[in-house]
Design a protein around this ligand. Sequence first.
Ligand code: WT7
Length: 638
Amino acid sequence: MQTSLTHKLKSISSFDEYKKSYNRSVSDPESFWSEIADTFGWHRKWDKVLEHDWTIPKTKWFTNAKLNITENCLDRHLEHNADQTAIIWEPNDPDKPSKQYSYRELHSMVCQFANVLKNKGIKKGDRVCIYMPMVIELTVAMLACARIGAVHSVVFAGFSSDALATRINDASCKMLITADGAYRGTKNIPLKNIVDEALHRCSCIDSTIILKNTAQDINWVSGRDSWWHLESIGVSDYCEAEIMDAEDPLFILYTSGSTGKPKGMVHTIAGYMVYTAYSFLNVFQYKQSNIYWCTADIGWITGHSYIVYGPLAVGATSVIFEGIPSYPDYDRFWQVCEKHKVSHFYTAPTAIRALKKHPSSLVEKYDLSSLQVLGTVGEPINVEAWQWYNDIVGNNNCPIVDTWWQTETGGIMISSLAGITPQKSTFATLPLPGIQPTLITPEGIEILETEAEGILAIKFPWPGMARTIYGDHDRYNKVYFSAYPGYYFPGDGALRDQQGNYRITGRVDDVIIVSGHNLGTAPIENAINQHPLVVESALVSYPHEIKGNALYAYVITYNKDEKEEELHTEIKEIVSRLVGPIAKPDKIQVVTGLPKTRSGKIMRRILRKIATDDIGTIGDISTLLNPDIVDEIIKNKK
Ligand code: WT7
């Protein structure tokens, strides 16, 4: 590796500098990004910074460069900062001790486990599924994969066995890493049981490694299962990093789509590394010795980019929290902030809304004077939640970064830079340098006026973007590049003010965000349709005080005289089992038909209005195949 410095990446320090950087990133993107990439450690530098053609679509960054991301996240900090804390781990149970891991310790754990993976036959390019609680070993497992060039596919440990099996099979994972169980508040989730159920359907898995976490009894499949601690005995903690190509895949992470199957977004090594590090440093304005805490689960992209890769790439100290905001009480977040003197706190609007319902004394009883920067991500934040976050948590003294991005974008795209660029409540504000957003009409025409509302689109590649959908490049093309040729289409609507600030207004496709979880309507409808009495169903959202959105299911049944209550319970049970508890409909209405267009497409717009009790604005329904059904549905709504 050609660098001995911890990291030389500098963050933008004034609004003027932001404007200069931004303009340069647009007028000369290649020199802009190559200067940033130069601050990392490479085994070989690139021949070309960017090659792209979005008609195929193809995007390549740092062509032919060679590196290993774990050398950048770990090894290069060892010379000057080996004893600095990389991770502070806070357990679910506040009475248990927290733990601190220095860069030296983390490096050694990663290298040792990388050797375990090698001993189990895992090689460069193999896919490894990780289904784990929020423990340090989750991070170790991910980085160990990256160390040897294996591709990790982390599946959020709240997903059902069915969802897990689908994801394992889609990427034909060879190995699964899990734990006996997971602590979550008062619950103890039997991860290994869920895994056993899933693996009945996964012939691609050769072996599993199980972390002893809760020490509960588990079923054992000999020849397949092995214990993490036993496999590690006597294994060396020296592991040469595999030299990887810039565009080799680093990981696959699944996100919901508007048609049934989840999309396995593929992120590649160099561009993702450069982009997460750059965006982390600039958005949060992280400085040496700050303590940063992102409350997301590592099973989501927020955790991948802003708990694991971004912070480690710049040598930060960050907190990993095993628990939930409500256990033992609704003050847990603030207690952890005080305990670890957290300076940078990054969470989701759904958590803010849930905590806001409780007396502010739960916040005020803690010394939160260490807090400097607050962040939010995952969905639009409403004014009331923003105000509470700002006044009660931030004591009116912390910039709030409202960060808009997606699993597909790899890193933050639109956000203020804390204390550097102007913030505006409920607006994500301005794009990061290197990001070229715009608004377009439904016909795909770019809207040139600054103040406008439209469909959000991105005009130019950025290093952190996902390169494909695993095994289905055609779908990648259709979903993101075909709706509006020449643009990347994220699926969100937005408005723009006179200063060019963006406010994201919500999804324009069939994805619903419930409590910050991105749910496709199709897989949930498919699950509901599995009920033997259900003919057809349609799922829409309606606004919900805490969750942001809640789910409303309209179902057509074979027999109208069904006992409704039982049916509701059974439908919820099926959805919970096939998709996950988070996807259970909040309300279910049995109907005799659904409003459809002549081409047979369900008019969700109308169903959404009914679910929201906004029937005054339903508008013209004369183009429907069956306009009478609308009145009937309204009449029977409970
Ligand atoms: C969708 C992406 C990125 C990590 C978490 C979610 C919505 C995300 C914001 C924000 C308004 C937001 C968008 C986006 N979203 N951040 N700050 N303001 N909306 O990742 O599951 O891939 O979901 O979340 O609708 O498209 P994801």
